[in-house]
Ligand binder design. Structure first.
Ligand SMILES: [Zn+2]
Length: 407
């Protein structure tokens, strides 16, 4: 049974058309049926002094770390941060449900901060059972790791089984995440992309994340070599040398959708390569980028060239929370010269496009799913532009609707 509701807000900001003062959004069941100005004395649910936006899209998270009270230390060198992360995982006894409870906690945290679509990296034991029934739609990318030839077939089997799942309890669909160039052999990357093509599934990969990764690809040396050897993961036959992120991008480009996670050190021809391929996106994780102290991120260059840029929180191992709204506030503060409308697009429709969901959500448009977030505006009316006002400090997501249901 579906029912009709009319939600009224001080501002409706559909993203695909100009903001509507004193606007309403009509919802029938899980679908938006109209976006318009309110009529006098119209019966409706008045959400009050809020801006009603499309639900936010967090294109990259690791919910398994949602119990972590603060980011892992040290942030540098990067391989020491990874070692802390691995030690965190290993503290749980096999069979313990504690790590999986974090998935649910993280999904709820994302939901309450306005996220209605989430790109999640799923490791062993991940299940839709831990996702809230009326929470964000989740694209669960199964993490694949393997540098040694003998482990690759097993990873491909895991990947194939993953892509055959059909969720029934929560809104989850499935993709693959060959982890990173320093943890995935070229054969495993190719095999993952082939599977993704067969199942029409998206692929997400950490890429161009650190300078150490560039050194590893080019020369087969640096901090990742020692780490792989200490984990018993170094391939005895060695690896092809003389590579760079562009070589990985060429393989990823064959996937139906490819999310280049981080992309901190993409250079000009790599930016051009992504910009020329609408199926590819870069996921910028602003506060994680800051945490690791990387060089300036090329996100504005990517946008200028026409590439699709989405935003992610990454996990709590490198970020204090899972709020995509807080990522937007962070960007507004750091980059006051970037138009607020652009920031909002990064967090909504560009995110939806990165995950292959641009026809279902990302804007408040009749026919799309009723994924909405109401952000408090308080009493401030200092700006004539509602988008300027929206990003004023202190504003928060106060209500989130996923497919028409208040989360
Ligand atoms: Zn990540």
């Amino acid at each position: 049974m579906s029912s009709a509701s009319i939600y009224k807000a001080a501002w409706v900001i559909p993203v695909d058309q100009p903001p509507i003062e004193n606007g309403v959004v009509e919802v029938h069941g899980s679908v938006i049926t109209a976006v318009r100005s309110a009529m006098p004395h119209e019966a409706c649910h008045d959400l009050g002094d809020v801006a009603l936006l499309p639900g936010l899209v967090n294109a990259h998270a690791h919910l398994e770390f949602s119990h972590v009270p603060q980011p892992f230390q040290p942030a540098q060198p990067f391989t020491d941060w990874i070692r802390t992360l691995v030690a965190y995982r290993r503290q749980f006894t096999p069979g313990s449900t504690e790590p999986y409870a974090a998935l649910n906690i993280g999904a709820i945290e994302a939901l309450t901060s306005g996220t209605t679509l989430l790109g999640e990296i799923a490791t062993s034991g991940w299940s839709e059972l831990f996702m809230p029934t009326h929470g964000p739609r989740v694209i669960a990318f199964r993490e694949l790791i393997g540098m040694r030839p003998e482990g690759i077939d097993q990873q491909i089997e895991i990947a194939e089984e993953w892509l055959t799942y059909k969720s029934v309890l929560a809104p989850v669909t499935y993709g693959l995440s060959p982890h990173a160039p320093y943890s995935v052999a070229p054969e495993l990357l190719c095999g993952s992309v082939e599977l993704a093509k067969r199942f029409n599934a998206p692929v997400a990969m950490h890429l161009a994340e650190t300078r150490g990764e560039l050194e590893f690809l080019a020369h087969g040396r640096g901090e990742f070599v020692g780490m792989l050897k200490s984990f018993g993961a170094w391939p005895e036959g060695g690896l092809p040398l003389g590579r760079r992120p562009l070589d990985i991008l060429r393989t990823l480009a064959d996937a139906p959708r490819a999310l280049v996670v981080h992309g901190n050190y993409l250079v000009d021809d790599e930016v051009d390569f992504i910009a020329a391929r609408p199926q590819m996106s870069v996921v910028y994780c602003p506060r994680t980028h800051e945490f690791f102290g990387h060089d300036p991120h090329p996100w504005r260059q990517l946008l200028k060239k026409g590439a699709n840029v989405a935003l992610g929180t990454d996990g709590r191992g490198s970020n204090p929370d899972l709020s995509l709204w807080n990522e937007l506030l962070f960007l507004r503060e750091r980059f006051p010269d970037v138009a607020p409308s652009t920031l909002l697009e990064l967090g909504t429709r560009f995110g939806a496009r990165s995950l292959g969901c641009e026809h279902e959500c990302g804007t408040i448009t009749p026919g799309k799913r009723a994924d909405l977030v109401a952000v408090s505006l308080g009493q401030a009316t200092a700006h004539d532009d509602p988008l300027e006002e929206l990003f004023a400090a202190g504003h928060k997501a106060v209500r989130t609707f996923c497919a028409g249901v208040l989360g």
